[in-house]
Design a protein around this ligand. Structure first.
Ligand code: NIG
Length: 411
């Protein structure tokens, strides 16, 4: 039996659980990788050890459901030019593809570790990681293999850009054929950049249908740089998420909301740091929630459009500039992200191993928690830009923060 640790002295506990809600003076018991008890600190059971967080706010770890962390190089020059007025063009992806292909496996893995560790220190306890900077069969397969070392969900994004030297439809044949076949055993989902300058509707559909035929989950980068077919395609094909969604009409808002009427639908993932870094309009997260859509907030960490791992920054932006309440933004960056990677409920992986749900603090969920140096989640937006993470537990293990307060309890 795993030792039980009592996390107590929680001033405010955000559970994302409909019955438990947001609690005061709470405690949580962690055993192995799971949460086994949640309740009032006064009723807490005895445990093998206890950690007193001294009145701090505790919430689920961030679930960052959209990242591109397997890459080499950076694009500082492109960023500076953009801040001086140059528009974002998807073509910048090609320079990262060149750097990524030239990098060793060890260099790519080290860069992924650097960013995943940075994210963890910022409270991110679950990551989706995409391929998409390889764009050959071998480079995409190695990206997927490297991503697997740190990701809770790996997504194949061979359809990120038509690489130099290729005609678009011939490249789509490769992606939907040999490249997908090679990547499929290593990934959970397949994504397409459905945008002018990348892949049009029919090309995106071919890749997504080929992925669906293999039983893989689907995602779409859609409606990022302008109106387009991405949202409609994602909903029609039952994608887990459609990401970016900066340009939406009322019909698309309704489609995203209605997609949940018969069970699991398509999550609308907004990427606030990307919208800011590309100087594009902020995605209409308020309208999405008002329409009844399920919203996730993610970092989109990549070297081109959003070079940050900070989910706290994204949450603060969603509150201060996109019109979400703090509670809505926190939910979107935790439970919303879990829904976007299909981990908001218990699942099994391909080997039959049980995967506990993410994004909630309740018995049975993976013990992914963060304690803030603040009495309330409100401080995430009230004190924007301030690093508030005090301690982080991932799968029951304390990975960030002081451990000197752990004491034997109940003995
Ligand atoms: O999500 N939109 C497409 N892909 C990335 C951008 C990648 C890049 O510019 O390198 C994104 O923003």
């Amino acid at each position: 039996m795993a030792a039980a640790t009592l996390v107590t002295g929680i001033g405010e506990l955000t559970t994302n659980d409909d019955e438990l809600g947001r609690m005061r003076d709470a405690a949580v018991v962690v055993e192995g990788e799971l949460i086994t008890w949640v309740g009032s600190a006064a009723d807490a059971p005895a445990a093998d050890a206890a950690v007193d967080v001294a009145g701090r706010a505790v919430l689920p770890g961030w679930v960052d459901s959209h990242t591109h962390l397997v890459f080499a190089g950076d694009r500082t020059g492109e960023f500076e030019a953009r801040m001086a007025g140059a528009p974002y063009a998807a073509g910048g992806i090609a320079s990262t593809v060149e750097a990524t292909r030239a990098a060793s496996d060890a260099a790519l893995a080290a860069n992924l570790d650097r960013l995943a560790d940075e994210a963890l220190r910022g409270g991110t306890t679950a990551l989706e990681v995409k391929t998409g900077y390889g764009l050959t069969v071998d480079d995409e397969v190695r990206s997927a293999r490297i991503a697997r070392s740190r990701a809770d969900a790996v997504t194949f994004l061979g359809a990120h850009l038509v690489p130099d030297g290729w005609e678009a439809d011939a490249y789509v044949d490769l992606v939907a054929g040999a490249m997908l076949a090679a990547a499929a055993p290593l990934v959970d989902a397949v994504d397409v950049f459905c945008e002018s300058g990348a892949f049009d509707g029919p090309q995106s559909r071919r890749v997504l249908e080929a992925a669906r035929d293999r039983g893989l989950a689907l995602r779409v980068h859609g409606n990022q740089l302008g109106p387009g077919p991405g949202v409609r395609l994602a909903v029609e094909l039952g994608a887990l998420s459609v990401d970016h969604v900066a340009f939406l009409d009322d019909e698309e808002l309704a489609l995203l909301a209605d997609s949940w009427s018969g069970g699991r639908g398509t999550v609308a993932t907004v990427l606030p740091a990307c919208d800011l870094s590309t100087r594009m309009p902020l995605a209409p997260a308020r309208r999405l929630l008002d329409a009844g859509a399920v919203v996730a907030i993610a970092s989109n960490c990549n070297p081109g459009t959003s070079y940050t791992t900070s989910m706290a920054f994204c949450v603060a932006t969603a509150v201060l500039q996109m019109g979400l309440t703090v509670e809505e933004a926190v939910r979107a960056a935790t439970l919303g992200g879990a829904a976007a990677i299909d981990r908001d409920a218990p699942r099994t992986d391909r080997t039959g191993r049980a995967l506990p749900p993410l994004g909630r603090i309740r018995p049975g969920a993976r013990a992914d928690l963060q304690a803030l140096d603040a009495p309330s989640i409100a401080h995430l937006a009230y004190r924007p830009g301030v690093p508030l993470v005090h301690a982080v537990w991932r799968a029951g293990e304390q990975v960030v923060g002081p451990r000197d307060r752990a004491v034997r309890a109940g003995s």
